[in-house]
Design a protein around this ligand. Structure first.
Ligand code: UDP
Length: 320
């Protein structure tokens, strides 16, 4: 098969490309390197089945050509990372909505299957833990920038489902929960690489808020397995799936675990949200996926726990 990955030089995209190449698929990627990096794909460049284009998915004629050449599309290109979203809200909304529009419109011409990656952010502040795919979205007001990310991704989901219902375009929607692993950078605020880098440098480990908020982290290899599994299953079409790990850890416990594993002398400091992000920033207290649906369809179960997840990130930064 010929497979197109938008955002293929990103953290998750590059791991997905690697996994597909390992199955002898022909992989095309497009990435504008806004948050992705050539370093993420440099080792793939020698592979004759790997092709890369450095450009934006907003370049419609180029995208038309790429979509035309491929049988399956993974749409991962997006503005990601809460810090980036708070700092560049216009770009977040435009990239996430317009980019997906382009991908769906082009895919629809010859009804190419599209896997649309959405996010656990769409559940927002809901306390209906664990989050089920058909649960309500509980978002804050439009005056609080963070929610633009969830809203833009929710529009992507609506649009993809509309293409499925109205035009019979085969789409699969996946909501990724906090994904971690080698190549993820802390530059856009993601907590695990940030804490690991701080710990390795013996710099203060910065907990935002009181640290009692929790997340469920999954390793990128589990996420990639979920993505490829769903893309291959005919019954996944027209549906929404959570992909993640349902084991939860508080941010404070995470900081302590990373400090211990790195043998760091870092001090652990607490920074108010207003200072870390922006005035009036709202965080979510807990975020846990219900993974029954993906488990039932493709037998998905996360294999990598928090200890191995952290070890893989420490390992990666040691080698940098
Ligand atoms: N966080 C933190 N210190 C940091 C970066 C993040 O305490 O240096 C917190 C953040 O406020 C959130 C959690 O860690 O509660 C996860 O943040 P991340 O940006 O990785 O992902 P999110 O779940 O917010 O999308």
């Amino acid at each position: 098969m010929k497979i197109l990955i938008t955002g293929g030089a990103g953290f998750i995209g590059s791991h997905l490309a690697e996994a597909l190449l390992a199955c002898d698929e022909e992989v095309f990627i497009i990435d504008d390197l806004s948050t992705g990096s050539i370093d993420n794909i440099i080792h793939l460049k020698e592979n004759p089945l790997f092709h890369y284009t450095i450009d934006t998915i907003k370049n419609q004629s180029l995208m038309a050509e790429l979509v035309d050449r491929c049988d399956l599309l993974f749409h991962l290109a997006a503005a990601v990372g809460v810090k980036l979203i708070v700092e560049s809200p216009v770009n977040t909304i435009e990239t996430n909505i317009y980019g997906t529009e382009v991908v769906l419109q082009l895919a629809n011409k010859k009804k190419k299957k599209v896997v649309i990656t959405s996010t656990s952010e769409v559940y927002g502040k809901s306390d209906a833990i664990p989050f089920q795919e058909d649960a309500d979205m509980v978002l804050g007001p439009t005056t609080k920038g963070r929610w633009s990310y969830a809203c833009s991704k929710a529009i992507d989901e609506f649009l993809a489902l509309a293409y499925y219902k109205e035009k019979k375009l085969p789409v699969v929607i996946v909501r990724l929960f906090n994904t971690v692993g080698p190549r993820q950078t802390g530059r856009y605020g993601m907590v695990v690489p940030t804490f690991v880098q701080q710990a390795l440098l013996n710099h203060p480990i910065t907990i935002y808020g009181d640290g009692r908020q929790s997340r469920s982290f999954s390793h990128v290899s589990d996420v990639v397995r979920g993505l490829t599994g769903l893309s291959r299953h005919p019954d996944a079409v027209g549906q929404v799936f959570n992909i993640g790990n349902n084991k939860e850890i508080s941010i404070e416990a995470l900081a302590q675990l990373i400090k211990k594993k790195t043998g760091s002398s870092s001090e652990i400091v607490y920074i108010p949200y207003d200072q870390a992000y922006e005035e009036g920033f709202e965080d979510m207290q807990r975020r846990v996926p219900d993974i029954t649906k993906i488990g039932r369809l493709i037998g998905f179960e996360p294999e990598v726990g928090i200890n191995e997840i952290i070890d893989s990130v420490i390992d990666y930064y040691y080698k940098q």
